[in-house]
Design a binder for this molecule. Structure first.
Ligand SMILES: Nc1ncnc2c1ncn2[C@@H]1O[C@H](COP(=O)(O)OP(=O)(O)OP(=O)(O)O)[C@@H](O)[C@H]1O
Ligand SMILES: Nc1ccn([C@@H]2O[C@H](COP(=O)(O)O)[C@@H](O)[C@H]2O)c(=O)n1
Length: 241
């Protein structure tokens, strides 16, 4: 049963569990952080965990294209995720990994590592522990609604056209590792294809997820849409939100 908290800008059931999935660049992280902050919920970025384990593999000389080698090493790194939407943190063996996990090298290798069943089993268990460890939470990823938290109170599947996603990413990279729009578009399509095509818990929309096409929406409009869905879910459960 939900318990309502009234401390955030909007109110939400303290125990609500929200799963947000979707392809790369659809706005999962931005939306999840903003929704969690507005509703006083915790936030978990599961993509950061897959990036963190990938970074550890690369840093420790594990061949990321050798599934057996990745499987053997999967239990070795200690990954700790913060759940404050205002300052999402991630450490690997005690070291701050927030910066290194965002490099192009990690992005290029993460789909291969995340396809290894031993990696998924380990991180799925960690994600479930975090989700159940405290008050309500917004968890974002690729398989949250289908596999990690199939009993989530609310499931959202964000989409956007490849063109919109590439434009968003290119804007983000300006002045850093600047990449052309076409190359960015191809890279995200390739990563989505790998994530959708793997055998174990692929990127997929849960049957009971609400699909939100963000192509023509501002971030603020997407956040408002999801906050309203959380409130409606709470109302349906018989609580004020
Ligand atoms: N509705 C939107 N309109 C315009 N820009 C957006 C919108 N949503 C997110 N963005 C921007 O698009 C970029 C990608 O967003 P974000 O990182 O939240 O996506 P993501 O789905 O989490 O991506 P990934 O799965 O690759 O981590 C960011 O720069 C973000 O500010
Ligand atoms: N639940 C998840 C979340 C992520 N992945 C894999 O991690 C990659 C990086 O995710 P970002 O959200 O940080 O871009 C992603 O491409 C997937 O390979 C996953 O498998 N399951």
């Amino acid at each position: 049963m939900f318990v309502t908290v009234e401390t955030a800008a909007r109110t939400a059931p303290a125990a609500v569990i929200v799963a947000i999935d979707g392809p790369s660049g659809t706005g999962k992280s931005s939306t999840s952080k903003a929704v969690a902050a507005k509703l006083g919920l915790r936030y978990l970025d599961t993509g950061a965990q897959y990036r963190a384990i990938t970074w550890w593999m690369l840093s420790n000389g594990v061949d990321v294209n050798d599934p057996a080698a990745v499987a053997t090493a999967a239990a070795k790194p200690t990954i700790v995720s913060g759940t404050d939407p205002g300052s999402p943190a991630i450490t690997v063996d005690g070291a701050d990994a927030a910066g290194p996990i965002r490099t192009r090298e990690v992005t290029a290798a993460v789909s291969a590592v995340s396809a290894v069943p031993e990696v998924r089993a380990r991180l799925t268990e960690l994600q479930r522990q975090i989700a159940r460890a405290g008050r309500g939470i917004v968890v974002e990823g690729r398989d949250i609604g289908t596999t990690v938290l199939p009993d989530a109170d609310l499931k959202i599947f964000l989409t956007a056209s490849p063109e919109a996603r590439a434009a968003r990413r290119s804007g983000e990279l300006k002045g850093k590792e600047a990449t052309g729009l076409a190359a960015t578009r191809e890279a995200l399509i390739k990563r989505d294809a790998a994530d959708s095509g793997r055998k174990v818990s692929p990127l997929a929309k849960a049957d009971d997820a609400h699909e939100v096409d963000t192509t023509e929406l501002t971030l603020e409009q997407v956040v408002e849409c999801v906050v309203t869905l959380v409130e409606t879910t709470a109302d349906r459960a018989g609580q004020s939100a």
